[in-house]
Design a protein around this ligand. Structure first.
Ligand SMILES: Cc1ncc(COP(=O)(O)O)c(C=O)c1O
Length: 476
């Protein structure tokens, strides 16, 4: 099918208008999808299901996509969306991302994509500076924190095995010295996935006990370390998914290094605490770790997908990720080949949206946003905790809250009331929240992370939560 230049122009305008309409309507619509997955499937007319035998015009294709997709879109970029931990796709990042797609660069190396490689280089330098991490660290632009954890832990595996005299790139894992992995009991599930892909089954990991908020207990780690022989990797966390708790690296990192261990930090959202003067102290000594995983598509508000694998030992990072072929240009030491820091060769140039968000916010803008979200989280917690029957179960150190409804009832009743209240809040649509199990109890999770969220949004959301709870409690 051919596309005239005027068709392309009309198509891009059509997409931009649809995007604008979607975003402009977010505040006034329910903060949940109009249709869930099952409803979307049930409603799909028979004629949209079969494989298309012939093409459709560009404009009709886009119309069909919009029609099919829009009813099932979450309001995730909206200011009262507090589900999971999802950044709000800032328009500046979205626009940069449109250009990324339109420019169509293959970000594999600096010959196929000179600008992408160069802009990644700048964005990487800015990231390290804003997060107060060593300027000599290397940065891989990956799809998210799951892959960032994977890349960092691959570098860790390479490094600790090399120190034990084993070349994992050449000889693989069979017959390699056993690497002990010590990991906090409340680590994010994606770290287990990353470790599984790297050769550590769940039962091979040594779980380290955590405190009431899910932060690693240093005494438990030291006891486990004392029991380890051979290469060791310690997996720590900045920002527990439910409580926002931080592992106390100031009490961990020295001991781990004395043991020869590699210390990794999963800081998908929590690492951004380092970008804000009032929350930075939560991350004392984090700069001494060996690797850090974080996301752009959370607190930096880039569109999906964007994460960063940051490694203090660039040679281990490159060794773990690099692959060569005669047709692929190699980089010398002063050059950046983006593929040398990530698992993929061909991929989108994520550095453009990262650069744009860092340039748009600046150091100050990021600090102010993090500060504001943490203040709003404390405000929401205070208002909720003031209501009879509601308990906020965590110390709100960051932007995360976990809330129990019916906290004065027995545990089964409290779980049922919490589930029912969450369902009522979501059905009402003023805001969106999710649930999770925390230490055997069902809780409502509220994550304040959207760049647009203001005090009035949080107050509206809390009003809706209190109304829902009062109905469930028989006081509505
Ligand atoms: C602490 C933590 N680690 C890892 C992840 C996985 O990140 P992603 O979904 O970007 O791969 C998350 C996601 O919320 C997280 O909160």
């Amino acid at each position: 099918m051919t596309l005239a230049k005027s068709d392309v122009s009309a198509l891009f305008t059509q997409a931009a208008l649809a995007a604008e309409r979607f975003r402009a309507g977010l505040d006034d619509r329910p903060q949940r999808p109009g249709m869930d997955y099952a409803a979307l499937r049930a409603a799909a007319a028979a004629d949209v299901l079969p494989t298309p035998e012939s093409g459709l015009s560009a404009q009709e294709t886009l119309d069909s996509l919009i029609q099919l997709a829009e009813p099932g879109l979450h309001a995730s970029p909206a200011p009262r969306f507090f589900g999971w931990v999802i950044g709000a796709s800032h328009p500046v990042g979205v626009a940069a991302d449109w250009l990324t797609s339109a420019w169509g660069q293959n970000c594999g190396n600096h010959h196929t994509a000179p600008s992408a490689a160069f802009i990644e280089e700048i964005a990487a330098r800015w990231l390290l500076d804003i997060l107060h991490l060593p300027a000599t660290a290397s940065v891989g632009f990956v799809s998210g924190a799951t892959m960032a954890n994977f890349v960092c832990l691959a570098a860790a595996r390479t490094h600790v095995l090399r120190q034990a005299g084993w070349d994992v790139e050449a000889d693989g894992l069979f017959a390699a010295p056993e690497v002990q992995v010590l990991i906090g009991d409340e680590a994010h599930t994606s770290v287990y996935a990353a470790l599984r892909m790297l050769g550590w089954g769940q039962r091979r990991l040594r779980r380290v006990a955590t405190d009431d908020h899910g932060a690693m207990r240093p005494d438990a780690l030291l006891a486990q370390l004392a029991d380890c022989t051979g290469p060791v990797i310690v997996v720590t966390q900045a920002g527990q998914i439910n409580t926002g708790a931080f592992d106390p690296l100031a009490q961990i990192v020295d001991a781990a290094h004395r043991h020869g261990a590699w210390v990794h930090v999963d800081g998908a959202f929590g690492l951004w605490a380092r970008a804000c003067p009032s929350t930075c102290p939560l991350t004392l000594a984090y700069e001494q770790a060996d690797s850090w995983a974080t996301d752009g598509h959370k607190w930096l508000q880039t569109p999906y997908d964007c994460g960063y694998a940051i490694v203090a030992h660039p040679e281990a990072h490159r060794r773990a990720m690099t692959f060569a072929a005669s047709y692929l240009p190699q980089a010398d030491d002063a050059e950046r080949n983006p593929a040398e820091y990530v698992p993929e060769l061909s991929r989108r140039a994520r550095g453009f949206a990262t650069w744009a968000m860092l340039r748009h916010f600046g150091r100050d803008g990021i600090a102010t946003m993090v500060e504001q979200h943490c203040m709003l989280a404390r405000h929401a917690a205070q208002r909720l905790a003031d209501e009879p029957g509601i308990a906020v179960l965590n110390d709100v150190v960051l932007n995360q809250l976990i809330v129990q409804f019916g906290a004065d009832r027995d545990p089964q009743q409290a779980d049922a009331l919490t589930r029912a209240t969450i369902a009522r809040i979501v059905a009402d649509g003023t805001c969106f929240v999710g649930g999770a199990e925390w230490r055997g109890r069902w809780v409502m999770r509220m994550s304040i992370i959207g760049w647009e969220t203001q005090l009035a949004d949080v107050d509206r959301a809390v009003d809706a939560m209190l109304s829902a709870w009062r109905v469930e409690a028989g006081r509505g």
